[in-house]
Ligand binder design. Structure first.
Ligand SMILES: NC(=O)C1=CN([C@@H]2O[C@H](COP(=O)(O)OP(=O)(O)OC[C@H]3O[C@@H](n4cnc5c(N)ncnc54)[C@H](O)[C@@H]3O)[C@@H](O)[C@H]2O)[C@H](O)CC1
Ligand SMILES: [K+]
Length: 511
């Protein structure tokens, strides 16, 4: 699912209006109708007071049109026009007239206004600013936003929480609506997914306003939101006349004294995602535990007991996952550097592998092209340096990935995959996955997919999505709190099944 910029949304509007030969206010009417239906299906005519705060642009116009539809259905409404500029949009004015024609008189709020009373049980519709916000709201509008946020009312934001710009962090974090729910039009907005800007809403949902499908399909975007229809076509079905060799031989390199579990989890995830064979390369001390806990894997050991000092394997792996639990012993660092130099096939690098790269920038040029690096934000910072904010982080990470021709998986609530200037935002996963070993499982899964022949970017995208889905299924059975990394592995199979489940409406009952 594509993530459009505000400019692209305006372009889609224009294209749709021309192609469908509709007046411009028709899109606003569709938007308001969708908002109304969403609310009406839930409220069912309830006697609650709905307070609509409407700006003077098209976001405000949506709010004003919604007010008319709510009033026509008998709802108890109060309409406030947040009069922050003289430059009112044409469709806002048109809808204001329609409202007045029905004898609904909004209250105009100006910079000297008294803050309207909002009861905790009221519903607030936030239609002050939409995607057109391009500078800091003035002080009094900021105060009004603070007042709404302090009200305890349920706040339903139209398109985007007001005060949140679409392409940067807010000017003042207090002057942004904290939305209980956002109903956003047609496409998700990038700010919903970044840690600094995603906090202004609890939940969001898309409303379809019928923007032209051809335009939406052909327009190239910088970011995509990964949902099931995006990842399904990546799947490589298993063949009837196949054998374990068909699905590749993966090598997992890592572990040190006290951290063998990381390799065990990565190896287990690698096998569970479908790799034909898995060999683990660990220090001697890991031999018995690995052979016992993961009998399907083969184990090669280093001559050192507690850490890896040399990485040599007597076969050519189809994919390599490296770094989990590796530690930073000077001999391990040297072995890692040598290993990078002697391999040109893409690999998956995680944890201490990334820490070593950060401390030894001279190694970075030896990272095979198209390798997948899976940092969490702290590891990323060590690699690319400090950033000002989330948007700066994205630029720095993109530049790193371009310069080194690698794929970056930035782990987080919405893990973000960056490759060749393009970003993919994951939709699956939950806070229960913020747990020890979760990253080792992801590394194992991406490695296992690469071993089976998925291209590195495909493996990263499919792996991140499947990992989150397995975590979601795990959490649905045992809570966020009790989910452990092994619980994610146990649900990889269920995640595959979920991926191929047909929606209920499609299942034709047997006659
Ligand atoms: N395809 C769609 O998604 C549709 C969305 N609709 C709605 O339209 C808004 C976007 O409307 P727009 O008029 O472009 O912007 P805003 O309503 O956000 O209005 C802002 C308005 O005010 C100016 N401005 C910007 N920042 C400030 C500021 N800090 N102080 C004062 N004034 C400011 C700016 O120049 C704009 O003119 C979208 O979010 C949807 O809600 C359409 O209804 C249908 C199609
Ligand atoms: K809004």
């Amino acid at each position: 699912m594509k993530i459009f910029t505000a400019e692209q949304i305006y372009k889609a509007d224009k294209f749709t209006i021309a192609k469908q030969q509709i007046p411009s206010d028709a899109l606003m009417e569709r938007a308001a109708t969708q908002l109304f239906e969403w609310m009406h299906s839930r409220l069912q005519g309830a006697e609650v007071t709905i307070q609509l705060f409407c700006g003077i642009g098209n976001n405000g116009g949506d709010g004003i049109a919604l007010a008319r539809l709510l009033k026509e259905a008998g709802y108890n409404i109060k309409v406030h026009v947040v009069n922050y500029s003289e430059k009112r949009s044409k469709d806002f004015l048109l809808n204001l007239e329609r409202l007045k024609d029905r004898k609904i008189w909004p209250e105009f709020l100006n910079d000297d206004c008294v803050m309207p009373e909002i009861a905790p049980n009221d519903i607030v519709v936030d239609a002050i600013f939409g995607i057109g916000l391009n500078r800091a709201p003035s002080e009094w509008v900021g105060k009004l936003i603070l007042h709404i946020n302090a009200s305890q009312a349920f706040v339903l934001a139209v398109d985007i929480p007001s005060g949140l710009p679409g392409n940067r962090i807010p000017w003042n974090t207090d002057h942004v609506i904290r939305a209980s729910y956002v109903l956003s039009f047609q496409v998700p907005k990038l700010v919903f997914f970044l840690p600094e800007t995603g906090v202004y809403q609890n939940q969001w949902e898309l409303l379809d306003i019928g923007l032209d499908a051809e335009f939406m399909h052909t327009e190239e975007t910088e970011y995509e939101f990964l949902v099931k229809p995006d990842v399904l076509p990546i799947y490589r079905p298993r063949l009837k006349f196949s054998h374990k060799g068909t699905y590749g031989h993966a090598l997992i390199v890592g572990g040190s004294y006290g951290k063998i579990g990381a390799v065990q989890m990565a190896g287990n995830a690698c096998l569970t995602v479908g790799s034909g064979l898995v060999t683990a390369y660990v220090p001697e001390c890991g031999y018995h535990s690995l052979q016992t806990a993961l009998p399907e894997a083969m184990v090669l050991t280093d001559e050192e007991d507690e850490y890896i000092s040399k990485i040599e394997v007597p076969f050519h792996p189809d994919a390599i996952g490296i770094g989990m639990g590796l530690g930073t012993h000077e001999k391990s660092v040297k072995a890692f550097g040598e290993f990078l130099k002697n391999n040109d096939a893409p690999m998956v690098i995680d944890a201490d592998g990334l820490n070593i790269l950060a401390k030894h920038p001279e190694f970075v040029k030896h990272v095979p092209k198209q390798s997948v690096l899976t940092p969490h934000p702290k590891e990323l910072e060590r690699l690319v340096g400090e950033w000002k904010d989330d948007f700066d982080k994205l630029e720095k990470a993109k530049a790193f990935s371009k310069e080194n021709q690698c794929i970056l998986v930035i782990k987080g609530a919405h893990s973000l995959i960056l490759s060749d200037g393009k970003g993919y935002v994951n939709s699956t996963g939950n806070p229960g996955m913020a747990t020890a070993g979760s990253g080792d499982v992801l590394t194992g899964m991406i490695t296992g997919l690469m071993a089976q022949g998925y291209l590195p970017l495909q493996a990263a995208v499919f792996g991140v999505y499947l990992h989150g889905l397995a975590g979601d299924i795990g959490a649905s059975k045992m809570s966020y709190d009790a989910l452990k990394a092994t619980g994610i592995i146990e649900n990889i199979g269920n995640a595959y099944m979920e991926l191929f489940k047909r929606p209920e409406a499609e299942v034709v009952p047997e006659s």
